[in-house]
Design a protein around this ligand. Structure first.
Ligand SMILES: [Zn+2]
Length: 300
């Protein structure tokens, strides 16, 4: 096993320390919902709805700073040595986006790269703004598109091509939540139109052999989140996750926890669970760990 684990796909607002969640809730005179944590097969929409509560506790720069700092501490404690933390600063309305991003950067204090997330359905102008904010802050290493498409959304994945192209021009990393139990075509659009170097989830990748070729050709990394995928009902079990098949095909995939609080899993536990995936070997898992370290975003 390599010295240290990588964690490239971790949402700040889904990864609060449990004691901090309770403390922030008490201070806000709120009660933590009994069903806050994810459960197997709940579906993506239900899972996404759980963030409303955690976000309601993170509406100040101080709370964002604290949670970002604790997250770095906790990841280090479970053996993570390459860390990226992501969040959508526009959802933390208590302060301007810039102040919220700066608070997260202060909390991180050089211990992780910060990724700013636009959200499916949002006006592309929001992502443009995030790219602007990122451009002047070296601690921000990349951008993401998170959440998922909905029939009511006015904007399609292609509509985010402009901010993603600008991010590329500015030397920012690009990752996109794509193919999370949805058609593989989404992954292709993320790579071809949005210049994604990494894909979050990408669970349907093997449905399209030519897409696998594209992923191999461009060296795209897939951020596999097996426990999260079981919770959203994409796979019936961690064992059924295709990670071992991806790795055996030569796809640069890594293992990520997605939301340590809501999925109740640490990065170290997620790596251990990945051992139970059908076809997984020590060699393949070691490759996933190496892939994760190698795929971290580095600002040009
Ligand atoms: Zn995610």
């Amino acid at each position: 096993m390599s010295a240290g684990l990588p964690e490239l796909h971790l949402h700040l607002d889904g990864s609060l320390r449990p004691a901090t969640l309770e403390e922030l809730a008490r201070a806000a005179k709120k009660v933590v919902p009994a069903d806050l944590r994810f459960h197997a097969g709940m579906g993506l929409a239900d899972a996404l709805s759980r963030f409303a509560f955690t976000l309601s506790l993170l509406q100040t720069a101080e709370a964002v700073r604290r949670v970002a700092s604790e997250l770095c501490e906790d990841e280090r404690a479970c053996g993570v040595t390459t860390l990226e933390v992501r969040f959508a600063p526009q959802l933390h309305g208590g302060a301007p986006i810039e102040a919220i991003v700066d608070a997260a950067l202060e909390g991180v204090n050089g211990r992780a790269g910060l990724i700013l997330c636009g959200l499916y359905g949002e006006a592309p102008a929001v992502l443009e703004r995030l790219v602007d904010v990122a451009a002047s802050r070296p601690g921000v290493v990349g951008i993401d598109l998170a959440g998922g498409p909905a029939p009511t959304h006015r904007f399609s994945l292609e509509d985010y091509a402009r901010p993603f192209t600008r991010a590329k021009e500015l030397g920012l990393g690009r990752t996109v939540h794509a193919g999370e139990g949805r058609p593989a075509q989404e992954i292709r659009v993320a790579i071809e139109a949005l210049h994604a170097q990494r894909i979050g989830h990408g669970s349907t990748l093997l449905d399209d052999a030519r897409l696998v070729d594209l992923v191999l050709e461009r060296g795209v990394t897939i951020e596999a989140c097996p426990t999260s995928n079981v919770h959203t009902g994409v796979f019936p079990s961690v064992a059924a996750h295709p990670l071992a098949r991806w790795l055996a095909r030569g796809v640069k995939a890594c293992v990520c926890a997605d939301n340590s609080l809501l999925s109740d899993v640490t990065t170290a536990q997620e790596v251990e669970r990945a051992r139970t995936i059908e076809g997984m070997t020590d060699v393949l898992l070691e490759r996933a760990i190496t892939n994760g370290h190698g795929a971290r975003f580095v600002r040009r």
